[in-house]
Ligand binder design. Structure first.
Ligand SMILES: [Zn+2]
Length: 242
């Protein structure tokens, strides 16, 4: 795992800015871990993927992450600050989980980026949710007879969703939030893949502007400008603006 340099950020932004968010997360990890293939990274349980994304965020932009949410009670915008290293648990065991519910016996596995990509084509959120639950069922039986995951009754879907989470507890990054306006407290999930891509996008836009300004002023090449430390680049930008 290495941090993303300014040149890395522009390169990954250029190649992946039109990708689906699931693939953008993989593109970021491929840039920082060139020894791993796309398939290896896409096969990681989502909790492992998110742990790597938190490491990458910390290495590239620092530990403190500022984000915002909306209070579900009064709609107030709530800004919050979290620490990537605190949120990142050690690589927890991920394993198959068994579930016994309503006469059905299920074996479940953790979800991966391949599953998210498959669900991205679903018609709506409910369909995507159903598809994900079906995909994490490795095997389903009733009275010793195999049942296909698509035939499982709706009545056990909540138990299946709960069991799916237990195969990979890190797949859901939960944060505690409190509303400063109405004091409501709630748990929100943090989508580190989405947040990190937005940060990469914002940094890429700023880098493009900096290269543009310095290239216009001095005629320098993009690679030379990106190769400068941010301190030196800023010093020149200040002179250009003066
Ligand atoms: Zn509120």
């Amino acid at each position: 795992m290495r941090s993303l340099s300014d040149a890395d950020i522009l390169a990954v932004w250029e190649s992946a800015h039109r990708y689906h968010p699931v693939d953008q997360a993989i593109a970021l990890l491929m840039t920082s871990e060139p020894g791993l293939s796309r398939d290896e990274l896409a096969s990681l349980p989502l909790g492992r993927r998110d742990a790597r994304l938190l490491d990458l965020r910390l290495a590239t932009f620092g530990d403190t992450l500022n984000s915002r949410g909306t209070c579900p009670q009064c709609n107030e915008a709530v800004e919050f600050e979290i620490s990537c290293s605190t949120l990142r648990a050690p690589d927890a065991e991920v394993y198959e989980h068994t579930l016994d519910a309503e006469g059905y016996q299920l074996r479940m596995r953790p979800l991966t980026s391949f599953d998210l990509a498959a669900a991205a084509g679903a018609a709506d959120v409910a369909e995507a949710h159903r598809l994900l639950l079906q995909r994490c069922v490795v095997e389903a039986r009733r009275n010793d007879a195999f049942v296909s995951a698509g035939e499982l009754p709706e009545a056990i879907s909540a138990a299946v969703a709960q069991a799916a989470l237990m195969t990979d507890p890190q797949a859901e990054l939960l944060i505690e939030l409190a509303c400063p306006a109405c004091e409501h407290r709630w748990q929100a999930t943090l989508d580190i893949a989405h947040i990190l891509w937005k940060e990469v996008d914002a940094r890429a836009q700023r880098l493009l502007m900096e290269v543009h300004q310095l290239a216009c002023a001095y005629g320098w090449r993009e690679a030379d400008i990106l190769g400068m430390s941010p301190v030196r680049r800023n010093a020149y930008l200040q002179r250009v603006a003066a």
